[in-house]
Design a protein around this ligand. Structure first.
Ligand code: 5AD
Length: 362
């Protein structure tokens, strides 16, 4: 037990070791271990302390705009996959997106996240015009894109237009596992190359994975942590896998809240300055999932500012819980919940404290 605690305590100050992470994941989660609860509590406490050291008890709020649920991809886990004919599709117009920003801005939000399926209707030019319009009206706000895989020149164009950050979860750092989660038309190496390109261009890049996705085993997670440690993203988005009823994975088991919390804490210790959201998926599986996530080292929440009529159609998985950021009351409720748990909602841009050489060597 003491040895394991030492391993946890020195995660931030020692070079990444696959063996250490495998050993910790094993004892914290995968194998029976008599001191599991005490060990987990120690891990969570260390992660909280590390978060506090870098970001104190401040939690950054981001306004999430789910602007299209059209998607050309067919990821086996995702409810907005191309082949799902049961999903009613929508796209927000540029005006509608700007309306979302106006509401978010009025409510105090200073980061907007444009998230959507891989929808080629939003051509390089079309999305560029939207980015420029947002940045022109709200030059004091950060803009995050989460729109999937595109070519280098397109990423460059959007960066020049003013996009600051880009979220592209790697989903899994193990090739065989990637191929279990995605159809043959999707390429593991292309996805990783996109991430390297984004970082090289200068975006604050975000990676991440689902916890408990079908066939994920301890070795997949070890690879995920190895990848994250080497790549050093500015953000890491992680949530439990949740089955969606109209996908090939409808009958698969959901990931666990416990594993998600352990992984959040491990990422906080491996990459202390990282921005780490307590995700919607975590809040969906656990009533107080958001606070639990923060108590394990997370420091970001993404309230939803998509118009209510559309947000219920953005169904990546079943029973999605929505943190409302559109209504003043919704945001007030969130702020009060944070305050009760000892956190402070912060509305500033909230840039990452992660520094890295932008050489894209990983
Ligand atoms: N359960 C949990 N997360 C999901 N995502 C997609 N489908 C699911 C699901 N069924 C995640 C993916 C994607 C992000 C936008 O949402 O990791 O990158």
């Amino acid at each position: 037990m003491e040895k394991l605690k030492d391993k946890i305590a020195s995660l931030s100050s020692t070079p990444f070791s696959r063996q250490t992470i495998a050993c910790l994941l094993n004892d914290l989660y995968f194998a029976p271990c008599e001191n599991k609860d005490a060990l987990k509590e120690f891990l969570f406490e260390q992660a909280r302390k590390k978060r506090d050291q870098y970001y104190s008890r401040k939690v950054f709020l981001r306004g999430l705009i789910e602007f299209t649920n059209y998607c050309q991809n067919d990821c086996f886990y995702c409810g907005i996959r191309h082949s799902n004919k049961k999903n009613r599709r929508y796209r927000l117009s540029c005006e509608q997106i700007l309306d979302c920003c106006a509401i978010g801005y009025k409510n105090g939000l200073r980061t907007f996240v444009l998230q959507g399926g891989e929808d080629l209707y939003f051509s390089p030019q079309r999305l560029e015009a939207i980015i420029r319009a947002i940045k022109e009206r709200y030059p004091d706000c950060a803009l995050t894109l989460s729109v999937g895989e595109r070519e280098k020149d397109v990423y460059e164009r959007w960066f020049k237009a003013g996009a600051d950050r880009f979220l592209l979860r790697h989903e899994t750092a193990t090739k065989w596992h990637y191929e279990k989660l995605h159809p043959q038309t999707m390429s593991f190496s292309h996805r990783l190359n996109c991430l390297r390109t984004l970082k090289k261009i200068g975006y604050q890049a975000g990676a991440g994975m689902m916890l408990g996705s079908p066939q994920q085993d301890i070795s997949c997670l070890v690879e995920d942590f190895a990848f994250l440690s080497a790549f050093r993203p500015a953000m890491v988005g992680m949530g439990p896998f949740i089955p969606q009823k109209d996908t090939p994975f409808a009958q698969e088991k959901a990931g666990s809240v416990e594993l998600t919390l352990i992984c959040l804490a491990l990422v906080r210790l491996l990459l202390p300055p990282v921005l780490l959201p307590a995700t919607t998926a975590l809040a969906t599986l656990s009533k107080d999932g958001t606070i639990k996530g923060l108590d394990c080292g997370a420091n970001v929440i993404m309230p939803n500012i998509t118009p209510p009529a559309q947000r219920c159609l953005y169904t990546l998985y079943d029973n999605k819980k929505i943190t409302d950021g559109e209504s003043v009351e919704g945001l007030q409720k969130l702020k009060e919940m944070l305050h009760r748990a000892g956190y402070e909602a912060v509305m500033s841009r909230g840039d990452s404290k992660m520094t890295y050489s932008i050489d894209g060597t990983v």
